[in-house]
Design a protein around this ligand. Sequence first.
Ligand code: UDX
Length: 463
Amino acid sequence: MIGSVTIAVVGSGYVGLVAAVCFAEIGHNVICVDNDQRKVDALKGGDSLIHEEHLPELLNRYRNDRVTFTTDLGAATAAADAVFIAVGTPQSETGDADLSYVEAVACEIARHLDSYKVIVEKSTVPVYTNEWVRRTVERNGGNSTMFDVVSNPEFLREGTAVEDFLHPDRIVVGADTPRAAAVLQAIYKPLTDGSYYTSPNAIAGRLNQGDPSVLLLTSTKSAEIIKHASNAFLAMKISFINAVANLCEAADANVEQVAKGIGLDSRIGPKFLRPGIGYGGSCFPKDVAAFRNVADSLGVDFSLLTEVEKINAEQKRRFLRKVRAALWTLRGKRLGVLGLAFKGETDDVRESPAIDLIEMLIAEGCTICAYDPAGMDRSRVEMPETSSLTYAADAYAAADNADAILILTDWSEFSKLDLPRLKTLLRYPILLDGRNLYDPDEVAAKGLTYVSVGRPAAHPARA
Ligand code: UDX
């Protein structure tokens, strides 16, 4: 197969929508399918629905042209060479991934297999899902010679999703037939042969023509495990450094120095060693739980993952205790909170440790005035304003007359606050930083008490 491939992408969430516009960006024709008519209308009109760098630009470049939007999965399947399933796999009550959306899509695809197609799992799914998709398609009348099921997990991070897609560390393709592998190799060719990086409008990033992307070909089951194992490993790295941070606090050491010291070992690497109030978001909590359940169901003891989750949950309670220790009692205290999103540079508040902490503080009797550069609309849906929670127009309004100010999300704008101004607004000059955005001595020199994670607290010199 040479040149442009016709691709259907089912699901226009973070993964689906980013994949759709990026496939168009590397030269393919894309039909993006969603069963939510309002989403489809919004996307047709150029509203990208999520806060993601480069997405509005690519959407405007290709919408209603190389990328079309529809609710009609059947017609999209009939027209496509490859159908990417990128629907949600939410966590069920038992911690397993709920695969009912994947199943529903597989049933519908089965009814429209009029020529050979590759069905691609892009959603994060447990090992053996490809077999279930295959069985489901066959049970619903799909002829086994007319399709293959491939696993092509996505490793994009929110906030840098477009760049991650076009400049990936690796592309993993789990395919059990050469025919299916060839379709995926054709789709990703502009990234693996480097031709994409020579185009004048290419989104800039890590890779270039001389150093293009690597495509790793594996079995479908291995690819499914690679996705879960990658996320679980990164979550483990974060819990590890959080546990080390707690040890540093007990020993009066500095976790930032320790993280630097371990990260310089090239076998460990410096990334994902930032301590804080724990990981959140739509992937890590769900995927760690799902991977643990996969191991359980296969009779494998992976209790290491239970510890990862335990440390993560405890990290939030620890920070709450720090707030209490700084303020003596919590009932009736007014706190300014900076950050609602689960990490900086995104508007996503799903499984946000900041939201959990706000709820815990409110339960302790605090009144919260919160600000986030992009997450307030979504947060208002999850936590409407009440007498205990208001939203502020900026960081300084959140601090106004507060007993202390808390940083709960690592937005870059929170690392450049006007500290003397904050000090004049606060009732007590106390900054509790759950993301270690400042040098403790610098904050203390500006007249504020500074409490962070895994480092000794710093206090202003007495006058
Ligand atoms: C993650 C994976 O990185 C990505 O490969 C996968 O496809 C989806 O899940 P994302 O959820 O967008 O991406 O966020 P990420 O940047 O990985 O951060 C996850 C959480 O870990 C955030 O709450 C973040 O604040 C936290 N984190 C990250 C830390 O606490 N410390 C770190 O060093 C890194």
